[in-house]
Design a protein around this ligand. Structure first.
Ligand code: PMT
Length: 409
């Protein structure tokens, strides 16, 4: 799959660097040429000699090497590859990339490149979850950097959680996906895809609201995948902490009723995908001022049902998108409940996810996590996919919907 392709592998200084040696073998096995840059810290974990022996190429580690600059300057190094891969992408490297620093050969090369960049983060779970790392990640994603992993599991430091570098075979597959996608036909070119994402916030008074834990990761990933497939994408999103993917039109909303208006205003669309976790209920009336603690009983909260956005659009007579896709957040009897939902809402496909993900090993459930396990429920039956990253769910879902495109009018 990678014959004729050159990968510039930047190895950061982390314990996961040993896996990068296996990654070099994996890439060479698939036919790629591999050139490597080591950061100074990386040389504490793997030796330039092992990297050179496995890659069969000279290893670069010095920005100010006279010989290297004469043979192949760092600018040429950054542009001679088809793809730049940072593995392991340490917290430090990610921070320097997000800031556009150019203090060593690795950072300078990343700044000087005109090629796509894929990172495979690896770090301690607390470092990964730290707001600074998540901020840097959001910046990098906004800059168009792709990511594979990190996986969840036992860490070298003895802790458990997300932060393990993806396995070499997974990184190689992600590299293939990046490169095979380049110059490939865009199956959704000329189509308009509408996506809802994130939670809704339903006000109780000026300072309080009803909400849920949706992060917007799944919906935003679908918007990104649709844009990558060539579609014009409108992303109607509730309040989330992640940026809109590059190349999509974001319509930010807060409440379910605003989301419905924004969705209706965005029509017509060829495909509408409802990944938002819309609050089923809102407060019957929003208090004009902050509700005060009184001496009596706690105030009663009276709720009324929100409009069902998915059902409203799926049951439209004229202007109904050719494909209407709903999500189902379930905790049990997934297929059974999703099949009932398919009929009740009148949509073409339900993507059912077990939001508790009991027994799947995803801590905290689907909402907010990086992974998802879904079942596609339609009138033709149920197709189940294993646990995978939300980006992968998105890419596969968009490919699935694009393949149904032959039946569109
Ligand atoms: O955002 P993340 O943290 O990445 O998490 C992703 C997710 C779990 C939120 C997402 O994958 C998901 O399952 N979204 C749908 C959650 C949900 O609200 O499920 P539901 O079973 O309550 O609703 C079924 C469908 O009707 C959904 O498509 C929903 O968008 C839609 N709906 C629900 C209520 C309503 N008033 N209007 C709607 O359009």
């Amino acid at each position: 799959m990678l014959h004729g392709k050159t990968i510039l592998l930047i190895i950061g200084g982390g314990i996961a660097a040993y896996k990068s040696l296996e990654l070099i073998r994996e890439l060479k096995k698939r036919g790629a040429g591999v050139r490597c840059i080591l950061t100074k810290a990386a040389t504490q974990f793997v030796t330039p000699l092992s990297v050179a022996a496995l890659s069969g190429e000279k290893v670069y580690d010095d920005l100010f090497s006279l010989t290297d600059e004469v043979e192949m300057g760092h600018i040429q190094l950054s542009r001679s590859a088809d793809l730049l891969v940072v593995a392991p992408a340490t917290a430090d490297l990610m921070a320097r990339m997000a800031q556009g620093q150019a203090g060593d050969l690795a950072a300078t090369t990343l700044l000087a490149t005109d090629k796509r960049v894929l990172i495979a983060p690896a770090m301690n779970v607390r470092m990964w979850n730290h707001p600074a790392t998540q901020r840097n990640l959001a910046v990098l994603k906004g800059d168009g950097v792709s990511m594979v992993g990190p996986n969840e599991g036992d860490m070298a430091c003895g802790e458990y959680g997300p932060g393990r570098m993806a396995e070499p075979a997974e990184i190689a597959a992600a590299i293939e996906a990046e490169l095979v996608g380049q110059g490939a036909p865009k199956p959704l070119a000329g189509r308009h895809v509408l996506v809802t994402s994130g939670p809704t916030h339903e006000p109780i008074d000026p300072v309080r609201y009803i909400a849920n834990r949706s992060s917007g990761k799944q919906g935003h990933a679908i918007a990104a995948a649709a844009a990558a497939a060539g579609a014009r994408v409108t992303l109607v999103s509730g309040p989330v902490a992640i940026p809109a993917p590059a190349g999509v039109t974001l319509v930010p909303v807060e409440t379910a009723r605003q989301m419905l208006s924004a969705v209706e205003a965005a029509l017509p669309a060829d495909i509408a995908i409802f990944a938002a976790a819309v609050a089923d209920w809102r407060a019957a009336s929003e208090a004009g001022g902050k509700i005060k603690k009184g001496s009596g009983a706690a105030p009663a909260l009276s709720l009324v049902e929100n409009p069902d956005i998915l059902a409203t659009i799926a049951r439209r007579g004229s202007g109904r998108p050719a494909l209407v896709v709903g999500f189902a957040a379930e905790t049990e009897k997934l297929a059974e409940h999703a099949t009932a939902k398919l009929a009740r809402k009148g949509c073409d496909l339900i993507v059912a996810n077990d939001v508790s993900l009991s027994g799947s090993g995803i801590a905290g459930g689907v909402m907010g996590s990086e992974a998802n396990a879904v079942h596609l429920v339609s009138s033709s039956g149920v197709v189940s996919w294993p646990v995978m990253s939300k980006d992968e769910v998105a890419a596969r879902l968009i490919a699935h919907l694009a393949a149904l495109g032959a039946d569109w009018t």
